[in-house]
Design a binder for this molecule. Structure first.
Ligand SMILES: [Zn+2]
Ligand SMILES: [Zn+2]
Length: 337
């Protein structure tokens, strides 16, 4: 089979490699599409080589069809259309049984190496791809919609006035966060922030009331003017590539505001009664509701998916994603002819 192997800085090579073996609990999945994620292009930008099954998290947003199921597989059969749930988990420990797979006590490797014709995936790390969404767009439902909606649900589960919500960073996660917060009651205004005008334009189309360029000098004052000079109620920090923005985000919050770091970054400093929280990926039990939001048209996938490249042109795809944020959002690799 064909697979992309890292052969150096900014260089993947598509090579012939042996197809993966499957164990009794695994499914062999024919990958149709695999979306590029921030972790993928960060890996691509790094020095060094990496064989197909080496470390790294490249290619973890796959959609495909089960080719063969191991003899212990009970939930799936050949021909099922599936998405990957990348957080490797055992499925049996107390945390997994409670439906908190990202807290698994016996975590398994992340489901990766999706820039290939086939992957082997443990059966608990697959999700059913909805029949009426094509597999290309479906690649965005698991990680992208999942991560955004999990962050929003976690933040809004705290009983605070939602009022004015600021979303920092309007890449794919930020744009799904803009759409996601719009589906909740009590949100009066959504403000999107990103230095790239093209991304701000899309945020307006997808439900933001106002967008701002966070590099403008008066941005802190502008956001602090919300709520009669007290700042914004909620801030979602989705600015993965700008870890320094977090202190500015924090300063623009009301004294009882809530900062959700979708990026996983943390901060220090005087906190008053502001709440600072983080989030990672999502729980499988949230998936059906996420699919429903997509099928109801409340979360739109197509505007966020801007490009498709065949596997053999993966370097162009990752370069576009890594170096041209003004031209591309989600870039998807096609692994089928
Ligand atoms: Zn991802
Ligand atoms: Zn577990």
């Amino acid at each position: 089979m064909k697979a992309a192997v890292k052969v150096g800085k900014e260089r993947f090579e598509t090579r012939d490699v042996p197809a993966p073996e499957i164990g009794p609990n695994d499914c062999l999945v024919r990958v149709h599409y695999c979306a590029t994620c921030a972790w993928c292009y960060e890996e691509w930008l790094r020095d060094g080589v990496n064989d197909l099954y080496g470390p790294g998290v490249t290619g973890h947003e796959m959609a495909g069809v089960i080719e063969r199921a191991g003899e212990g597989v009970t939930r799936w059969r050949a021909g099922d259309a599936v998405l990957t749930y990348a957080a490797g988990h055992c499925g049996e420990c107390p945390e997994c049984r409670e439906g908190r797979e990202t807290y698994c006590r016996k975590p398994m490797p992340t489901v990766i190496h999706g820039y290939a014709d086939y992957i082997a995936v443990p059966q608990q790390c697959l999700l059913p791809s909805p029949a009426c969404v094509d597999l290309k767009h479906a690649t965005l439902i698991s990680d992208m919609v999942g991560t955004s909606m999990h962050a929003i649900r976690r933040a809004f589960a705290v009983n605070l006035d939602r009022g004015v919500v600021a979303v920092w960073g309007l890449g794919p996660v930020g744009l799904f966060t803009v759409q996601g917060v719009r589906t909740f009651a009590g949100v009066k205004r959504v403000i999107g922030l990103d230095p790239v005008a093209y991304r701000r334009g899309l945020a307006l189309e997808l439900g933001a009331d106002e967008t701002l360029d966070p590099t403008q000098p008066d941005i802190e004052e502008h956001l602090r003017n919300e709520n009669g000079g007290r700042g914004v109620n909620y801030a979602f920090n989705c600015a993965l590539r700008n870890p320094d923005v977090i202190d500015l985000v924090f300063r623009t919050l009301k004294l009882d505001g809530y900062l959700m770091n979708v990026t996983g970054q943390a901060r220090s400093g005087f906190q008053a009664e502001k709440r600072v929280d983080g989030t990672f990926y999502f729980f499988k039990r949230e998936y059906d509701e996420n699919v429903r939001l997509v099928l109801d048209g409340k979360i739109r996938l197509a505007p966020v998916l801007t490009h498709e490249y065949p596997l053999e042109r993966i370097n162009e795809a990752l370069e576009l994603r890594a170096k041209h944020p003004d031209q591309a959002l989600k870039v998807v690799i096609r692994c089928v002819p």
